[in-house]
Write a protein that binds this ligand. Structure first.
Ligand code: PLP
Length: 386
């Protein structure tokens, strides 16, 4: 196998395959971040980003850093220091926000669901009811570590009803430009994402939207200490097409092009395309005997359980030998699941290739793997027949 040529493919839920037009933009000469040409690109990228976030005007801030920097910026900028935060988690990213809030000195309460499971809404309601002086609730829409799509809308509705004073902070890192997300209609207060996922740009940028209520709540309040990630300073700057510190100018140029492509396709078409591609991956997995892990699957990633006798790690190595990088399970799921994804620059033919790749990698590890089944299953799913 090692002598063979295989085209490198990123089939992971971030970083993802980047369109050639975006790569071309990244390769252009570096502009100065205070020059008019950059200002124009930056303002356009912010406007496009707001459209992808389904929020008004130029409300989304661009932070230089990975998605985690974006979440930290949202937390320290919206939630006053030392306040009580309820972290809903059912996977690694939800846990990360709880650990982050703890390290920033918030009083953190945990509500945990089993990895891949949905939150029990009556349990959430009870917990909200029993938790007084709650400043914020954190949760993940697309929990990439388990492949689950959590019902942010339903949780936000509960918070609005039971604890109207609490802010709802949402990690939409892999759900942005992938699953339905309506911050205003759903009553959210912070939505965070990053460049290396659904917006098809290399890693290095985080995006944060805060509600008017969140801005007001934290205005003048004692804020948990961060100089770089204080969005109050950024907000004033970015409205004028500037940033407080030197931004990753080339990434912004690439982002602008990627967002233009997504908006040309149309946001709801993008959601539909990605849901279809992910359904194809799940169907291919199913035909190969790999069970879907999440109760309510996210369109961003197909978490598939590899039968015990085969071993997830071996399948990932076999896929890598064929040129493809898939994600595996994290933590206790490491030997159990694989997480192929077509979140980046991908169409139906990429789904067909990914299905065959999955079948070949499994067959490399286990000679009893059925053959000729993954692609037909993927095609049926793409036709809406699965
Ligand atoms: C990728 C990802 C993040 C951000 O991780 P970074 O490595 O900091 O970019 C956060 N949440 C989820 C659900 C993710 O998939």
């Amino acid at each position: 196998m090692s002598a063979a040529f295989f085209k490198p493919r990123l089939l992971a839920p971030g970083p993802v395959e980047v369109p050639p037009a975006v790569l071309e933009a990244l390769a252009r000469p570096v502009t100065h971040h205070r020059a008019p040409a950059f200002r124009e690109t930056f303002l356009r990228a912010r406007e496009r980003l707001a459209t992808v976030f389904s929020v008004p005007g130029d409300d989304v801030l661009i932070v230089t850093g990975s998605g985690t920097a974006g979440f930290e910026a949202a937390l320290v900028s919206a939630v006053p220091a030392g306040d009580r935060v309820l972290a809903l988690h059912a996977g690694r990213f939800g846990e990360r926000w709880a650990a982050m809030a703890e390290s920033l000195g918030y009083q953190v309460e945990h509500l945990e669901a089993a990895p891949g499971a949905e939150f029990d809404l009556s349990e959430v309601a009870e917990r909200l009811d029993a938790t007084s002086q709650l400043a914020a609730v954190t949760l993940v829409q697309s929990e990439t570590s388990t492949g689950a799509l959590h019902d942010v809308r339903a949780v936000a509705e509960l918070v609005r009803r039971v604890r109207p004073e609490a802010l709802v902070l949402v990690d939409a890192v892999t759900s942005l430009a992938c699953a339905e997300l309506r911050p205003l209609e759903w009553g959210l207060d912070a939505v965070v994402s990053g460049s290396q996922k659904g917006v098809m740009t290399p890693p290095g940028l985080a995006f944060v939207w805060l509600s008017e209520r969140a801005w007001q709540r934290s205005e003048g309040a004692g804020r948990a200490g961060s100089y770089y990630l204080d969005l109050h300073r950024e907000r004033a700057k970015q409205a004028g097409g500037q940033t407080a510190f030197t931004p990753a100018v080339s990434l912004v140029a690439g982002l602008d092009v990627a967002l233009g492509m997504l908006l040309d396709e149309g946001l709801e078409n993008v959601w539909r395309r990605r849901a279809g591609l992910n359904a194809a991956l799940l169907a291919a997995g199913g035909a190969l005997g790999l069970r879907q892990f999440a109760a309510r699957p996210s369109p961003a990633v197909a978490a598939l359980v590899v039968p015990e006798g085969i071993g997830a790690r071996a399948v990932l190595s076999a896929a890598r030998a064929r040129g493809a990088t898939l994600a595996g399970g994290q933590g206790e799921l490491a030997g159990t699941i694989i997480r192929p994804s077509l979140l980046g620059y991908a169409d139906r033919y990429d789904a067909v290739a990914a299905a065959q790749l999955l079948e070949d990698a499994l067959h490399d590890v286990d000679a009893d793997t059925p053959q000729g089944v993954a692609v037909p299953a993927a095609l049926r799913a793409l036709a809406g027949e699965a």
